[in-house]
Design a binder for this molecule. Structure first.
Ligand code: FES
Length: 105
């Protein structure tokens, strides 16, 4: 699977999301300690940027800034309505201080 370098660990603050464009698609990356999680940045309900939502690292949960659905950043699954479709997840990993995302076939 293709791997894309998206930045460094320092680019991804703890406690809020950061969006990157990977292969033409916006991907939201969230950091919990040394763990990273990557999901589609666009909400599955309407046109909203999940990386701009409030992130709760203890719950691994981001709140869509438009209508408030809570998404689990580990699975992409919405925990609350109005969104009911999951968003895609991507494998994200760090080598040294560089962050990579696996994306596409
Ligand atoms: S746009 Fe995200 S819940 Fe509606």
């Amino acid at each position: 699977m293709p791997t894309y370098q998206i930045g460094t660990l320092a680019d991804i603050p703890e406690g809020r999301g950061k969006a990157f464009t990977v292969n033409g698609v916006r991907v939201a990356v969230f950091r919990v300690g040394t763990e990273l999680y990557a999901i589609d940045d666009t909400c599955s309900h309407a046109e909203a940027s999940l990386s701009a939502g409030e992130f709760d690292p203890e719950e691994y949960c981001v709140e869509c800034p438009l209508h408030g659905s809570l998404f689990d950043v580990r699975t992409g699954t919405p925990r609350t309505l109005p969104a009911f479709e999951p968003v895609a997840t991507y494998r994200v990993f760090v080598e040294g201080a560089t962050v990579f995302v696996e994306f596409g076939a």
